[in-house]
Write a protein that binds this ligand. Sequence first.
Ligand SMILES: [Zn+2]
Ligand SMILES: [Zn+2]
Length: 365
Amino acid sequence: MYGGLGAGSSLTHRGADTVPGGIHRRFDLMTREWVAISPARNVRPLDTAGPSDDEEGCPVCPGGIELPFAYEAAVFENRFPSFVAEPPPPPAGDLTAPSCGRCEVVIYTSRHDTCFGQLAPVELGRLLAIWVDRSRGLWNDERHALVLIFENRGAEAGATMSHPHGQIYAFDHLPPIATAKAEAHRRHRSHEDRCLGCDVVTRETASPRVVTPNDSFAVGVPFAARWPYEVAVRARRHGLSRLGDLDPEEQLDLARAIRDVALRYDALFGFECPYLMAVQEAPRSQPDWHLAFEFFPLHRSRTTTKIRASVETATGLFLNDVLPEDAARRLAELEVPAAPIDADCLFVVEAAAGRMVTGRMGARS
Ligand SMILES: [Zn+2]
Ligand SMILES: [Zn+2]
């Protein structure tokens, strides 16, 4: 249980009540990559019903089976995790490993009928504080090589409930894309003696692919975007490599930037566009790195979706049929009015004696 989150606020953290059997990792000799095997996830009760817009029976609404009490935002361990702190032993053999890590669910708000982009400014501020706090907590566990905060929005993106929520995974090893990015940073440092993140931010900021101006983050469609309308929100400051490094000004700018991107997707397509959102924090022992939020919307147009089809799945080579410069221009042109996010909406996060002591930040000096 966490402490209070400002006047009248509450944040709940509760642990998993069961440890699932059968989870483990297997090493693919052909790709030299790990695959997480989680048989219990296949019988998740929420999966069978599919996402419902119905508040009745929602497991995470206040009073529902997962959170049978009032709350304003909540974090709990996934009942059907792929990784746990104390994993069962894997099947015998030299190509298996325990699935050590964590899987948490973050409920953004008690309000069922809303979404990330439509959160009230104070709800968004609270969510950022929760992300900062959980990120710090999970990185403090020396076993974790990577912490990944993410959201799968919409049934097409794999969400199994419609209540606004995201997830956090912690891994005891580096998954393939994180490994590739870490290696690219190391190579750039050794060949150019510069930070790759700094150089990418400089390139992106000077490009025609900027979507929205922001003092602390470069917000734009990446040069080699894999997905149509993919957007990266990348920290400008060298040294801002994880959520815990955010200063209050950057926290505000981040809240503005990521809400703006989510609202642009909805404005572009005219409906709540399903997307994947992932927070790229510096892997353990990775000195050069810039914190980034990556958005991968699943639509190419109002009526067509982008799927990871044969070529992408079989070869890893992505085919993108939208020119990144055009995608950026279309996104940048949109009007996305929204309630202002100011310092009143932020929460201070201080780790103290294993619990989170928080309060509204109030006006900045
Ligand atoms: Zn709900
Ligand atoms: Zn840098």
